[in-house]
Design a binder for this molecule. Structure first.
Ligand code: MRU
Length: 340
């Protein structure tokens, strides 16, 4: 999608440099920087530190990182690099899906170039899935559901290109349908404020930021036609793990009769987890709650402490039961919960 009028992807392969590149998401929206690397350890750290984040982007980044690892150290690929990447983040199943794909290819002794090609295909497949899911979502939204609330960043930064939740919004926008998006800030890391709002504005989509706590009230006031979010892992029974705060949105949505849609590629479905209770939920450091970063009036990046002398709980994800969701949309079709 567009950054200052030029097309970019969140992560990809630079054939000239023979390196993986990614957008350094921790600097957005203040600075736009591309990082290039041939070092698999740097790629693993980028996932761990959330320089790249969002379930499909994490998966694609791991695929590129493992292609680099295969080129560098094939002898340690299975014993060291696969576990190294699998440990980077626990909840988004796309990571493990990508690792499995690369592991199977390594078992077939693919050449270093073929592994890179496979990682490129992996990323391209995610982008095609996003585009298709977006077409399906746009059909739902075209039926008068143009005032859309979204949470976290399930946009192209999180999904290589197009986004999951945002793909339908971008399709509608390009068709001249004028969607209007309410963006939850998404404490504590502010993926909504810093990434989704930036993305939508780069594409010229009408949007407005709101504190997370304002979402239920916006629904109560009849200001929201639909909620559209992504997913980090979907259990066999349709329960959805997504950014913390998604479950609370689903409760308010039920109360106020607002349909909630989850948009996710098939790489986000985990047939090995029977229900949402089986999904590992990442607990992140308390400092993410106790500190904030941003730029001061001179444009200098600063960190400030916003609370002191108190412990903080910081679960990164929660689980929304399938019954709270109107439909899960993937590139393979639409899944609706059984009628209660
Ligand atoms: O912790 P993050 O920023 O990686 O969490 C991202 C989300 O929760 C997204 O909503 C999810 O990955 C869906 S992405 C297209």
């Amino acid at each position: 999608m567009q950054v200052n009028g030029k097309a970019y992807r969140a992560v990809g392969w630079d054939a000239g440099e023979q390196a993986v590149f990614w957008i350094e998401q921790r600097l957005l929206p203040y600075r736009f920087e591309l990082v290039y690397s041939r070092d698999p350890e740097a790629v693993a750290r980028a996932i761990e530190t959330m320089a790249v984040r969002g379930a499909p982007t994490i998966g694609a980044t791991a695929a590129f990182g493992l292609a680099l690892a295969w080129r560098l150290e094939p002898a340690r690929f299975v014993s060291f690099w696969l576990p190294r990447f699998r440990r980077t983040r626990p909840t988004a199943v796309n990571l493990f899906h990508a690792c499995d794909v690369m592991e199977q290819a390594a078992e077939q002794q693919l050449s270093a170039d073929a592994m890179v090609e496979l990682a490129c295909d992996y990323a391209a497949r995610e982008v095609r899935a996003n585009r298709r899911m977006g077409e399906i979502m746009a059909e739902y939204l075209a039926v008068g559901q143009r005032r859309i609330l979204t949470h976290c960043n399930a946009g192209w930064l999180a999904a290589v290109d197009w986004g999951t939740a945002t793909a339908g919004i971008y399709h509608l926008h390009r068709a001249g349908e004028r969607p209007s998006v309410r963006v939850d800030e998404t404490r504590p890391r502010l993926q909504g404020a810093r990434l989704t709002a930036w993305e939508l504005q780069q594409e010229g989509v009408d949007c407005c930021l709101q504190p997370d706590g304002a979402a239920a009230w916006a629904m109560a006031r009849g200001e929201i036609d639909a909620i559209v979010v992504g997913a980090d892992r979907i259990a066999r029974n349709g329960d959805v793990a997504n950014k913390i705060g998604t479950y609370a949105l689903s409760l308010a949505a039920r109360e106020h009769g607002v349909p909630m849609y989850v948009v996710a590629p098939s790489s986000t479905f985990d047939v090995h987890r029977a229900t949402g209770h089986d999904i590992p939920i990442e607990q992140r450091h308390a400092d993410e709650v106790l500190w904030m970063d941003g730029v001061d009036a001179e444009g200098e990046l600063r960190q400030v402490r916003i609370a002191a002398g108190v412990p903080a709980s910081n679960p990164a994800f929660d689980v929304t039961p399938f019954s709270h969701i109107r439909a899960i949309i993937s590139e393979r079709g639409v899944y609706e919960p059984p009628v209660e």
